[in-house]
Ligand binder design. Sequence first.
Ligand code: ADP
Ligand code: GLC
Length: 507
Amino acid sequence: MKILFVTPECAPYVKTGGLGDVSAALPATLAALGHDVHLLLPAYRGMKVSGEIGDGVDLPPWGPWPAAQLVPVKIANGVTLLLLTCPALYQRAGGPYVDASGRDYPDNALRFGLLSRVAADLGTVRSPLKGWMADVVHANDWPCGLAPLYLAQARTIPTREPTASSVITIHNLAFQGVFGMETADLLGVSHDRRGMDGVEFWGQLSMLKAGIQCADVITTVSPSYAREIQTPAHGVGFDGILRARSARLRGILNGIDTTLWNPATDPLLPRHFAPDKLDGKALCKTALQARLGLPQDRKAMVYAVVSRLTPQKGIDLVLGALPRLLAAGAQLIVLGQGDPGLQQALKDAAIKQPRQVSVTLGFDEGLAHLVEGGADVFLMPSRFEPCGLNQMYSQAYGTVPIVAPVGGLLDSVTDASADPQHGTGFIMTGCDPAGLDDAIARATRLFREPVKWKRLQANGMARHFGWEDSAMQYLEVYERARRLADGEPALPPVLAADPARPQGSRR
Ligand code: ADP
Ligand code: GLC
């Protein structure tokens, strides 16, 4: 199958969160399964790409967009990277979405409109790559949301062009890509798609809504989140349209790249370890403490957070629990960046308790691996979590996760109190201070019983979180999208969100 995976970020070239990891691992797994995978990514400033570079294809100026180029690069994992090169739009100081001071670029509608436009063109007979037209265009999050709309428009113009089918994956429903409705003209959104059944969201244009309304299949990154986003509590205003399209909605749990995240081989760890040889983990713990200037105390329980610092991640709950953690003699390590208020509160805590709290503000891949290797407990009290990757990295690294009872956290952690035999972590009873305190108390009790703690670690390390199963599910989705694009009616039992009780749920 010819698959075009379009994304605004992909590790190791550009990453702000889990989407970067998923964009690296899923296409590579699909390519390893024998599929022809092209990955479309904007060429941002300072990106280092190595591989066999092919001839660039000129994309003449079109509509509101300046001239651009598509540069194919065959990368080592069998994927063809298509770098969308448009210096006027993508060569900027700052990140992929925001400038150096954290503000959205004012022309994001144009920047990601172009990404979506080119993605859609690659799925039509007008594909700029001679001889290559995608069978399926797999769009990710709001920055690619217009791609399914452009494909739907191409299908319905008088010529009824043959087009690729389209899939959109929602990695985070909170980011909706909302712009003034005047951008509809600019971006070429047809008049019949500007209403409530199209891109309109409270009088504005939402790129994510465009994708949800127009894609042949919608996926999200865990079965629990697929259920949650159809409820007012987690639907962020989109629950109605998601319920209306639930026959096309499916939750597929992300995997992790076990070649990068494997404690037995990870080059970013000072010592390697495995379930039956945990001495290496003890050495990682002291190396971590030493690197961050904390006392190298093996007995102190080390709690860790590696995260975007936003209200989503429940960092305020961690701050609330801190006095009790410190009173119990524990250490807290935080690596993250984001909300200035949370950054300041964390920094203040580190200044007040330098022997127990370490806060590193910034993005540091190497330190993230060392934290996973060295910590005892990983905290993820997220208010919502579409999937979450760190709880899976943690389990692979023998670091016991404490997680909120939401989304992909429920689908990937088994609670040790509910199932002592197979437990891999602790699921909070609620996403609130009492829920976190209770989970910390349960973890502390078990930490004092080394045999039981080791079993918990071993259970987590034995879990298989590789991408293969999920990639097979995406292939099913692509096939299904093809049939739906060809006019087959959507059949709720096949793709409706799985109503089974989430694994590991304590409720
Ligand atoms: P989200 O995508 O919501 O941020 P995920 O758990 O899916 O959450 O993925 C986050 C990814 O980003 C993980 O790979 C995590 O290790 C990484 N990450 C987050 N913050 C940092 C940071 N400050 N430094 C290094 N890696 C980070
Ligand atoms: C989002 C979500 C996170 C998920 C990641 C990759 O950023 O917040 O839960 O793991 O996307 O799908």
